[in-house]
Design a protein around this ligand. Structure first.
Ligand SMILES: [Cu+2]
Length: 157
């Protein structure tokens, strides 16, 4: 019985916390950012841009995002000076046919690791600027509930 009451109580407290957070979120973007930063952060690892044919108009970038925080984090946008368009894609294979699916956003649950990797999720660059990719360039990741993160990408040569 005691355990049950505790469970109900903790559920109530959890709901109250969620409500409090959404009130804070409604206030301003700054406050929203602070809420997340106070209890965790993100790490970006293993940034890879495989070597491309010289004529390629598109490229894929792979990287790993670790969400150390206790909040889910949602990737909402990606931008770079290296291409006209950058977007989140997922390669899927059905009956031996490979295709790419576009994702507007990607949620990384609290305490988990998300991998953009070959044959799966990738950051797709379209309309490549071959001058920019001669050296290290910046990729800006935007989140619904975290500050933007600038990632340095060094293309493999
Ligand atoms: Cu793609």
């Amino acid at each position: 019985m005691k355990i049950r009451i505790f469970k109900v109580l903790s559920t109530v407290i959890a709901i109250m916390l969620v409500n409090m957070l959404s009130l804070v979120n409604a206030d301003s973007v700054d406050t929203k950012t602070e809420v997340l930063q106070s209890d965790g952060k993100l790490t970006i690892e293993r940034v890879i841009m495989p070597k491309l044919p010289a004529v390629s108009r598109t490229a894929a970038i792979y990287l790993t995002i670790i969400n150390h925080s206790t909040n889910d984090v949602t990737l909402t946008d990606v931008k770079t000076t290296a291409a006209h368009h950058a977007m989140f894609h997922q390669t899927t294979e059905k009956n031996g046919v490979s295709s790419m699916q576009h994702h507007d956003q990607i949620t990384i649950p609290a305490g988990t690791t998300f991998e953009f990797r070959q044959g799966s999720y990738h950051i797709m660059l379209m309309g490549l600027d071959h001058e920019v990719i001669q050296s290290t360039f910046e990729l800006k990741l935007s989140f619904a509930n975290h500050e933007d993160i600038l990632v340095n990408v060094t293309p493999e040569s």
